[in-house]
Design a protein around this ligand. Structure first.
Ligand code: URA
Length: 196
């Protein structure tokens, strides 16, 4: 019995192992149409982790999350509360670009989310910030309403979690920016409390 237990135990996870496993992923069809896998970027021991939906065109070409116009806005949002990419970790629900930037399908999300769960376990952040409805629905609750529930705190597996509008939504509708500024300040206060 112990013999089988020993053989089936995958052992402790590591970034090296996770990156290698993820690079060889063929769990859904998105891997066939993308240029690059977009794994994640930032501080692998960050207290705050930002989670988006999935790579767009620029991210697909570069292999890095949030490097297109939405990414530039995300960088500005981070700067507003004294954060930058060296202080946080950034990843997406799906690691490969959905064609024509469509929403990732439920089965594509289900196939991919295990990679993100392993990233979260390795980073072990105190705070999770979901960017947009799709990411919030995947982790906070399936009926999450971004218009009503952005900026509120939830518990996700013992971590503080909140969602804010996706930077792409803020590019499409700048009228949502003042609410997002309030959410960023809420996040900043929470981060400050971690160190007090
Ligand atoms: N939108 C996302 O959700 N993620 C990215 O990496 C880029 C745009």
């Amino acid at each position: 019995m112990d013999f089988f237990k020993e053989r089936s135990d995958p052992g402790p996870d590591s970034w090296e192992k996770l990156k290698r496993d993820c690079a060889g992923c063929g769990r859904c069809g998105l891997g066939q149409t993308r240029h690059n896998l977009v794994f994640g970027v930032g501080n692998e021991r960050a207290d705050v982790m930002f989670i988006g939906e999935g790579p767009g065109e620029q991210e697909d070409l570069k292999g890095e999350p949030f490097v297109g116009p939405a990414g530039q806005l995300l960088d500005t949002m981070l700067e507003l509360i004294d954060l930058d990419r060296t202080k946080v970790y950034i990843a997406n629900i799906v690691k490969c670009r959905p064609p024509r930037n469509r929403d990732p399908l439920p089965d594509e999300q289900a196939s991919c989310i295990g990679w993100l769960e392993r990233q979260i376990a390795l980073v072990d952040p105190k705070i999770l910030v979901f960017l947009g409805r799709i990411a919030a629905m995947a982790f906070i609750k399936p009926d999450f309403r971004i218009t009503r529930e952005h900026g509120q705190w939830f518990d996700v597996d013992g971590r503080r979690a909140m969602a804010m509008y996706h930077p792409s939504a803020l590019l499409r509708d700048p009228g949502k920016r003042p609410e997002t500024f309030v959410d960023l300040k809420t996040l900043q206060r929470e981060i400050k409390e971690l160190y007090d």
